[in-house]
Design a protein around this ligand. Structure first.
Ligand SMILES: [Zn+2]
Length: 323
């Protein structure tokens, strides 16, 4: 695998990208190197990425045609890519597939839903998505759905609904990793109380460094970590620094340092949000993970800590929850 990673054999996992939306809309393909957007297979390989969570996010303007319909189309787009490029891409149904991808020089695709809107009010749909390969479920996007309220719902946002409680239990039973990024604080408290498995916040930074509602307070970071979960540093410029236009990779490294201090070295991961947001200077696309690793080394982090943040922490939790 061509990459200039500090540790060429490192397992690198990115916990969130929105690339499937561009592919579904026909803007570009996964296989072809593009100068548009942030992620495609050549750029993942150049960046040394072993596994990428591909989120199925349903834009609000698609709700009238059915969120389930749109999410199924996104799942189909990924499966079409899996069929078309078996020499480059494999579906990660469990941790062994991530290791196999590394051994075979491929990229492991982990399917995720960003927001439970496609589930409507149905556990049968959750199980059906699982059978299609979905292994990560973001409970909400920014607003209210059948499961819970999102973080932009407002100050009176509610926690898990009775159906949301069932969804958490069914995710625990099936082996679906729950993602709490975008979830309102009351929902996060509920999930941490009822989930028997650790959860991830795949793409959320530290509120202490950048006061944005999508970022987590230190108490929230501690609570996720205390239950064995992970917080994923994200590159979204507006979650890094104000003004967002001045955000650089150094701000990402500041958030990494803070998350490592608050959560501990084994509870931090990376979730870029490539193809879902504007990126900081120095992390313009998926080829730039080596710069992140090098930046951590410059700041004095050990090889073990860097390997953990880049991918081993995620692999451990994915293995525990998904198998
Ligand atoms: Zn998001």
């Amino acid at each position: 695998m061509p990459s200039d990673l500090l540790f060429p054999d490192a397992i690198v996992v990115d916990g969130h990208c929105d690339t499937l939306g561009d592919v579904l809309e026909g803007k570009r393909t996964l296989a072809q190197h593009s100068t548009q957007g942030h992620v495609d297979l050549p750029r993942l390989r150049a960046g040394g990425v072993t596994a990428q969570i591909f989120a199925c996010f349903v834009p609000i303007h698609q709700y009238h045609r059915g969120a389930t319909r749109y999410a199924m189309h996104m799942v189909d787009v990924l499966h079409q890519a899996l069929d078309a490029y078996p020499d480059q891409l494999l579906l990660a149904a469990g941790a062994a597939d991530i290791r196999r991808a590394q051994a075979e020089g491929k990229v492991a695709a982990i399917l995720g839903l960003e927001g439970a809107e496609p589930l409507s009010d149905s556990l049968a749909l959750l199980r059906s998505f699982y059978r299609l390969g979905v292994r990560v479920l973001g409970l909400t996007w920014n607003f209210r759905n059948e499961v819970a309220d999102g973080v932009m719902q407002g100050a009176n946002a509610l926690g898990l609904s009775p159906f949301g409680l069932q969804v958490v239990e069914e995710c625990n039973r099936l082996g679906v990793l729950i993602d709490v990024s975008h979830l309102a604080p009351a929902g996060l408290e509920d999930v941490l109380r009822v989930s028997r498995q650790p959860v991830i916040a795949s793409h959320s930074n530290a509120r202490a460094l950048c006061d944005h509602p999508r970022n987590l307070t230190d108490a929230q970071i501690e609570a996720i970590a205390a239950r064995g979960g992970l917080v994923g540093v994200t590159f979204v410029d507006s979650f890094l620094h104000k003004p967002a236009a001045e955000a650089t990779i150094e701000h990402v490294l500041d958030h990494v340092d803070h998350l490592l201090r608050v959560a501990g070295p084994q509870q931090v991961m990376v979730g870029s949000d490539f193809d879902g947001a504007d990126m900081p200077q120095g992390l313009e696309d998926a080829t730039h993970y080596p710069a992140l690793a090098a930046g951590m080394a410059v700041r004095g982090h050990s090889e073990a800590v860097i390997r953990g943040v880049l991918g081993l922490n995620f692999l451990r939790v994915f293995e525990q929850v998904v198998g």
